[in-house]
Design a protein around this ligand. Structure first.
Ligand SMILES: Nc1nc2c(ncn2[C@@H]2O[C@H](COP(=O)(O)OP(=O)(O)OP(=O)(O)O)[C@@H](O)[C@H]2O)c(=O)[nH]1
Ligand SMILES: [Mg+2]
Length: 297
């Protein structure tokens, strides 16, 4: 498969019904990552390439690096492939990771505002959302990272933990998409992701409102990515159980994650109290000792 029309047809004609689909009826390409790394731009880029019409803004893109996307919105790419623009996270504190995994596991409603909530709130929302969520959605995770932001060795453990958990949750090693491909940091950032044992790393330059001149290289980069995604989906689908079982597994995984996090937090609170108590006793000691000294003078 070499020419652009051949690749485009292959992607547009990929139909989940032709696979051993186990009852899955659609693939949700879950786009996730930190704030402002190019998730919404990637969605616009995919639509631009696959629809092959004029450049349009489908997913809201912001003009600076703050957080913009606050809803999980779906964008249909082909009959089978649907993109989900997930809310970006700023830092990975423990509460945000719970939310990210609930989004990734497709346990929170689509096309509704995403409110971050703490602890039990998230569990309630997962249970509440159950009746709205289509279990026949097959989840495929795509982690978006901007090369322009750089990547220090201190940041690696956090990202590796996120990718490992996303893999365990979905059964698929997230595809890493590096945006701002032409930035000089590309080699260094790619090397860091390779060290994290990521299976598939793609780099591309998103089409943006400022620059959407269609060059063959940029256009082909997107098509090549989708061909790999489809091969991955076919491989993984063979090894899946029923959509209902898979969703139940994801739900249990996230609920356990939240539960363990709460336990850890409680443990930390107790430890903190014990430490404070010990410190208080320690602070009282010298006073007693000096008091004793006075007695013997
Ligand atoms: N030059 C260039 N600019 C990009 C690229 N990807 C994104 N941008 C720009 O970077 C900014 C942020 O991109 P968004 O697509 O809004 O990022 P996001 O990840 O959706 O952000 P949130 O929704 O806030 O999490 C926008 O100004 C985009 O035009 C790229 O590959 N190359
Ligand atoms: Mg966005």
């Amino acid at each position: 498969m070499k020419t652009i029309p051949e690749m485009t047809n292959f992607i547009n004609n990929f139909n989940i019904k032709d696979c051993n689909n186990k009852g899955f009826s659609r693939v949700l390409l879950q786009i996730f990552g930190y704030l402002g790394h190019g998730k919404s731009s990637f969605i616009n880029t995919c639509k631009y390439v696959l629809d092959d019409t004029e450049f349009k803004i489908y997913a809201d893109v912001k003009s600076n690096d703050g957080g913009n996307t606050t809803e999980r919105i779906t964008y249909e790419l082909t009959d089978t492939l649907t993109l989900v623009d997930n809310r970006g996270c700023s830092v990975l504190n423990e509460y945000e990771t719970g939310e990210i995994f609930a989004q990734l596991g497709n346990l929170l409603p689509l096309n509704k505002a995403v409110a971050w909530s703490k602890g039990i709130g998230l569990v309630d929302r997962i249970v509440e959302a159950e009746r709205y969520i289509q279990s026949s959605d097959f989840i495929y995770p795509i982690f978006v990272y901007s090369v322009k932001k750089g990547l220090t060795s201190e940041e690696v453990p956090e990202i590796k933990a996120l990718l490992d958990t996303a893999r365990n949750l979905t059964g698929i090693c997230p595809l890493v998409l590096l945006t701002h491909k032409t930035n000089p940091n590309l080699r260094a950032v790619r090397a860091r992701f390779e060290d994290m044992d990521v299976e598939r790393i793609f780099a591309l330059e998103n089409f943006t409102p400022e620059d959407h001149l269609k060059t063959r290289g940029k256009h082909e980069d997107v098509l090549k990515l989708y061909i790999e995604v489809i091969r991955d989906i076919e491989f993984r689908m063979e090894r899946m159980s029923s959509p209902e079982d898979e969703r139940e597994k994801r739900k249990q995984f996230v609920l356990n994650f939240v539960y363990e996090r709460e336990l850890r937090k409680k443990g930390e609170d107790v430890e903190k109290k014990l430490r404070e108590e010990a410190r208080r006793k320690e602070a009282e000691k010298p006073q007693k000792e000096s008091g004793n000294k006075c007695l013997f003078q």
